[in-house]
Design a protein around this ligand. Sequence first.
Ligand SMILES: C[S@@+](CC[C@H](N)C(=O)[O-])C[C@H]1O[C@@H](n2cnc3c(N)ncnc32)[C@H](O)[C@@H]1O
Length: 235
Amino acid sequence: MNDHDYKEYISEETLMGPSCVRILKELLETHPLQLSREDMVLDLGCGKGLTSLVIARETGAKVYANDLWISAQENSARFESWGMENRIVPVCEDANELHFEKGQFRALLSVDAYHYFAGKKGFFEQKILPYLKSGAEVLIGVPGIKDGYAGRSEELLAAWLGSEACMFKSPKEWKEIIGRHERLDCAETWEMACFDDAWNEWLAMDQEYARGDLVHYETIIKPYTCLVGIHVRLK
Ligand SMILES: C[S@@+](CC[C@H](N)C(=O)[O-])C[C@H]1O[C@@H](n2cnc3c(N)ncnc32)[C@H](O)[C@@H]1O
């Protein structure tokens, strides 16, 4: 994947945190997906849909772009302006109450969103697994806390994140949260290598939230946090 292909789509409007394009590049390069045009992929928590664009172009599959805060109408207009209206389907639903067909998806991807709704044991098994086909692949990238500081998110991150600090889990904690299930072939988590690039691209934005993050970058974000990669393959 060449991240330069997406430069023209990255803007103050579409970027919502550490660069989702860098995060997807690492996820897709470490775990390449073999998908066809007929396959369906769920982009869970797609935000403004930049992730959905990358997934659709890099995999060739049809992408269901689901988000809670951004309306389907808003994303629909963006996908049309990108000429992707036939390849990306906008959906606005809470990840806790999805209404897709059972066994619909060959893959699920989620960038910088999964921590908002999936931090409890049982979520993956109850809310995600039913929608995945046998042999499906799951690739997730979320901000988290380094393993060395696991369990200390509220103490170390509250000055930056307030009550959302508890959502930041470490790679080992995420592996436990995904849990075990007879349908899982493998599940692994890791500290992503793209941390510096992803954050630098975001902090360079002339954007209110990026400026807020910049204040805490050297003292909190860089020393204590990481980006957690999660890969799950089904039998
Ligand atoms: C920081 S944005 C990331 C968006 C996009 N994936 C990206 O990387 O640019 C987090 C997204 O998670 C979505 N989200 C939060 N809670 C959700 C929920 N319960 N169900 C679906 N989406 C949710 C929000 O709507 C928001 O757009």
